[in-house]
Ligand binder design. Structure first.
Ligand code: PLP
Length: 231
């Protein structure tokens, strides 16, 4: 199937998952899709933008920068781990960084964004399941990091992101998504100054329907749109 047809199918499945929600989530009725173009070329990214996607996601700063140079302006999202020494390159490009996961990184984003005269929107990545192989702060560390960010004038905390463990049966990821949703509502209720808690980024090819049922309003999808990645 074509990228456009795959995108349409994913959008349709998102609509069905929204309809299956048992109650309206605090994240609102809509879901935004980030088309994850990592390991796919600029032509594939161009195709998905032409098919109506508005946001593209990459997990490496260099790959994103190279691709962005070949494409019309688009909304770029950084979804992968960010190294401190890549912040200078990342800040000018990305509308939203999903993967803020340390105080050190937050302070570096503040420093670079201040120099660039930008207010950088970020999410805190949470390692809900406590997997050794994944980055992200522990659930217990979210509040402290959020409070630190709340004091940084060039960083705007906009919500939370997680990657659930991979399960053959995606419904097994449901408790992880429920937990992040719970943390999202608590963070929002805390109403920290200088924050705008609106995005709950969870759900990938394998589990986005479950994530949307549990209140995700931002999903990051690669394989279902572009096919398998070849490394
Ligand atoms: C690669 C990646 C995705 C997309 O994964 P698919 O399974 O191909 O949809 C989403 N989020 C993150 C953080 C990723 O690294």
């Amino acid at each position: 199937m074509s990228i456009a047809a795959n995108l349409a199918l994913v959008q349709q499945n998102i609509g069905l998952a929204i309809a299956r929600r048992r109650e309206a989530p605090v994240t609102g009725p809509g879901v935004k899709l980030v088309a994850v173009t990592k390991n796919h070329d600029a032509a594939a990214a161009l195709e998905v933008l032409a098919a109506g996607a508005t946001a593209v996601g990459e997990n490496r700063v260099q790959e994103a920068t190279a691709k962005a140079a070949l494409l019309p302006p688009a909304e770029w999202h950084l979804i992968g781990h960010l190294q401190t020494n890549k912040v200078r390159q990342a800040v000018p490009l990305f509308s939203l960084i999903h993967s803020l996961d340390s105080e050190r990184l937050a302070l570096e984003v503040e420093r670079v964004a201040a120099m660039a005269g930008k207010r950088q929107d970020v999410l805190i990545q949470v390692n809900v399941a406590g997997e050794d192989t994944k980055s992200g702060v522990s659930p217990a560390g979210v509040r402290d990091l959020a409070e630190l960010m709340s004091g940084l004038p060039h960083v705007r905390l906009c919500g939370l992101m997680t990657m659930a463990p991979f399960y053959e049966n995606a419904t097994e990821a449901r408790p992880v998504f429920r937990e992040l949703y719970r943390m999202f509502t608590a963070l929002r209720a805390a109403a920290l100054p200088n924050t705008s808690i609106e995005w709950l980024s969870m759900g990938m090819t394998n589990d986005y329907s479950v994530a949307v049922e549990e209140g995700a309003n931002l999903v990051r999808i690669g394989t279902a749109i572009f096919g398998p990645r070849h490394y």
